[in-house]
Design a protein around this ligand. Structure first.
Ligand SMILES: *Cc1c(COP(=O)(O)O)cnc(C)c1O
Length: 410
């Protein structure tokens, strides 16, 4: 733990929880809370239990502190999607292996990744992209090329099915051409983010099987992408072990060589539990709360895709009022800065109260902007458990009874 606090550059001791932060600082701006122990636990879970290699999808949360925590917990490979992410991870973790898994890249980005940063693994979903990679790397003979195939997003909360991926009529030619250019050939896909059932992977693996049989090529890598879920209100997925079992079973039955590798690219699952946010209620209008962060801050998904993050009123003594459903307005002057929720909070909440919004480590704190003059970098380490966890408590913490589920914390 001490190491993480140094990595975070914090001189002060961590706080026990959000209430302690509010009591000590009465923050006027939103404050990001981070839980290094939760990110570390998620990483160790994937490293130990996923039946292949887990690489972290950096876009879910590119904070340097988090990258170091994941590295220290055994994550050695990183899925990067832009030259900015390549440079960031190369700078922060010089020994990490980077895989450039965005299927549409600038040729200049491919060249810099290959020649300056040692990237050897690239994904693609068209012949044009394959030609770009070959040109930009000067027909290198040490490439791992992963052909991204299109699969259904039907069992996931956020679709990734329409933008990328070769369709059934295109994969044969593409796999064949990539095989000629590659030292190692992979097939990858993404079932969509927050996949609520392991069946999503079983169905996608069936598509992989058909593509391999049809193209009759030797495949060295099968990469099942991201999509591993976290827990949010109304979205409580089955245990991650069930996903791993389903994937393992499907992988074992593929017509691939005995030495083929299985990869995954978890983003959300590795970092959702890492962060939460303290916001202050500036105004109440009926069941609408005007808070000091929103769509342009860490709550993009709450506004734009109606994501329901868990919330807790930070008041002591605890309110005894029953919960009712609130919606939120963010601080900017823009009507879009609205979060429908519903967010369940005690009915007696008033302006001046503080609220903790949980499970914001993935696609939350990473998406913040300074639009309209709002936004903040304040970051504080806390030691309590995230509002929900798919990983249970560490064994050495088990005596604190800290296996938490949504809504059970306080
Ligand atoms: C976004 C993304 C991921 C991570 O997805 P999660 O749903 O956060 O796990 C992995 N791979 C690729 C190619 C992505 O675009």
């Amino acid at each position: 733990m001490a190491k993480h606090h140094r990595a975070l550059g914090l001189a002060t001791a961590p706080f026990s929880d959000a209430i302690a932060v509010v009591q000590a600082t009465q923050p006027v701006q939103p404050v990001t809370l981070v839980r290094p122990h939760a990110a570390s636990r998620a990483a160790r879970f994937f490293v130990e239990k996923f039946p292949g290699r887990s690489m972290y999808a950096v876009k879910a949360n590119p904070s340097p502190e988090l990258l170091h925590i994941l590295w220290d917990s055994g994550i050695t490979h990183y899925d990067v999607a832009s030259i900015g992410e390549v440079r960031l991870v190369a700078r922060e973790l010089p020994e990490a292996t980077l895989c450039f898994m965005h299927p549409v890249k600038a040729e200049e980005a491919i060249a810099e990744a290959y020649f300056t940063h040692g990237v050897r693994t690239f994904s693609l979903d068209t012949i044009e992209e394959l030609e770009k990679i070959v040109r930009a790397t000067k027909a290198a003979d040490d490439l791992t090329l992963c052909v991204r195939i299109r699969v259904s997003s039907d069992l996931s909360k956020l679709s990734l099915a329409s933008k990328f991926g070769a369709g059934p009529g295109e994969t044969k030619e593409l796999l064949f051409a990539a095989r000629q250019a590659a030292d190692a050939l992979g097939i990858c896909f993404h079932v969509g983010s927050q996949a609520m059932s392991p069946d999503a992977y079983a169905q996608a693996m069936e598509r992989v099987r058909l593509a391999i049989v049809e193209a009759a090529v030797t495949v060295d890598v099968v990469d099942v992408g991201g999509g591993f879920p976290s827990a949010y209100p109304g979205m409580e997925p089955p245990p991650l072990e069930r996903y791993f079992e389903t994937i393992h079973r499907a992988f074992e039955s593929l017509p691939i060589s005995y030495s083929a590798e299985l990869w995954a690219e978890p983003g959300r699952a590795l970092c959702a539990e890492y962060s939460s946010l303290i916001v202050r209620v500036e105004k109440r209008r009926g069941d609408e709360l005007y808070i000091n962060d929103g769509a342009y801050g860490a709550l993009f998904d709450a506004a734009h895709v109606g994501w329901r993050f868990p919330v807790t009123l930070l008041r002591e003594p605890e309110s005894r009022a029953r919960d009712i459903g609130f919606s939120f307005y963010g601080p900017t002057c823009d009507d879009l800065d609205h979060m429908a929720g519903p967010f369940d909070l005690p009915a007696d909440i008033v302006a001046g109260d503080y609220v903790e919004v949980g499970m914001l480590g993935a696609y939350g704190c990473a998406m913040r902007t300074a639009f309209n003059g709002f936004g903040t970098d304040a970051l504080i380490v806390v030691e309590d458990e995230p509002m929900a966890s798919l990983y249970g408590a560490d064994e050495d913490e088990a005596d604190s009874g800290n296996v938490v589920q949504l809504g059970a914390r306080r």
